[in-house]
Design a protein around this ligand. Structure first.
Ligand SMILES: C[S@@+](CC[C@H](N)C(=O)[O-])C[C@H]1O[C@@H](n2cnc3c(N)ncnc32)[C@H](O)[C@@H]1O
Length: 318
């Protein structure tokens, strides 16, 4: 994971200090999916104050120093301010080709290939580290999830979790050079090639019909898109009612921590060497505020990953 570990030496200093952005207050509500532990809904619903900030910096009430025994089943609720959803109601998708050319114009072939092959060869240790968390969320895919869209599919490391169930998979990625790796990953799970479609596009404007997808998968992609909120609106738009969004994202460390400071310093370099990946996004807050009917979000810190140690993972239902 050369792209993601420029300051591994700092990890022992930092590893107990990471935390996602503190929240001011929270709202909980009833939920149609009883498996969800955290429900973030309409801003008119009653507030239930469970501020993550009370968890405090470092290893206090809930330790998320990356040792799964500590984090364990501690499914920390991330409960955040909700926006007015009036803006979401008036949301209209942009033209996919325009958006692709505007925000991800073609890079030189060698760069796209370099990035794709680097992702393909350097992510194994990351995948091993995150496997337990991915297994938890992919277990939530129901049998009737027939059509799955993977956002920023990259080299296809998630296909092994779901592609063997006779599903149809649409992989979206602006980097055309990812296709051959994703196809190989699909084939290795036994997914027939006619059931895998690769589309060169961006998450901000998906060339996919409204309400046509059973589940959207996105891992390590909201760090890379240009516009997180628009991408999340696109996820909502393409999902069928009740459809599931599964996510694993690295996020900003807690405000005031050394790690947050270092992430800020390294962010411009990371964006340059890792194809636009941002280190200090509060992606958990964005997901929680995106207007899903329920969100089940957990946090974990993976110390071996250094700057991208703080993660959120979970599911959201349309
Ligand atoms: C860090 S890689 C992660 C790939 C894969 N999801 C994984 O977990 O290994 C980020 C991926 O997002 C893609 N990407 C970048 N900008 C994007 C955008 N605006 N919309 C969708 N995908 C994007 C990149 O081409 C790359 O494949």
């Amino acid at each position: 994971m050369i792209l993601y570990n420029p300051i591994i030496a700092l990890k022992h200093i930092l590893h107990c200090r990471a935390e996602a952005k503190p929240v001011k207050h929270a709202r909980a509500s009833s939920n149609s999916d009883s498996s969800d532990t955290t429900n973030l809904q309409d801003s008119k619903q009653k507030a239930t104050a469970v501020a993550l900030s009370k968890v405090g910096p470092g290893c206090s009430k809930f330790c998320w120093c990356g040792r799964r025994g500590f984090v364990g089943a501690a499914l920390l609720p991330i409960l955040l301010d909700q926006p007015s959803y009036a803006a979401l109601d008036s949301y209209t998708p942009a033209d996919p080709m325009n958006m692709l050319n505007r925000i991800h114009p073609p890079r030189p072939d060698w760069y796209e290939e370099f990035y794709a092959s680097t992702m393909n060869s350097t992510m194994k240790s990351y995948e091993a580290e995150i496997a337990g968390y991915k297994s938890q969320i992919f277990a939530k895919l129901r049998e009737n999830s027939n059509k799955i869209l993977e956002l920023g599919i990259g080299t296809g490391p998630n296909l092994k979790y779901y592609a063997s169930n006779g599903v149809d998979v649409v992989g979206v990625d602006p980097n055309q050079k990812m296709e051959k790796y994703a196809r190989a990953a699909a084939a290795s799970t036994g997914l027939p090639s006619e059931k895998f479609k690769f589309i060169r596009a961006v998450g901000e404007a998906l060339p996919i019909e409204d309400a046509s997808i059973d589940a959207v998968v996105g891992t390590l992609v909201l760090c890379s898109v240009k516009d997180v909120d628009t991408t999340l609106q696109e996820v909502r738009r393409v999902l069928k009612p009740g459809g599931l969004y599964l996510f694993v994202e690295h996020v900003a460390a807690k405000d005031g921590t050394i790690l947050k400071f270092v992430q800020g310093v390294m962010d411009p370099l990371q964006q340059t060497v890792a194809d636009g990946c941002h280190l200090s996004r509060n992606t958990g807050a964005s997901i929680a505020a995106a207007g899903f009917s329920s969100v089940n979000m957990n946090m974990v810190f993976l110390p071996a990953l250094s700057l991208i140690g703080p993660h959120v993972y979970g599911t959201a239902r349309k």
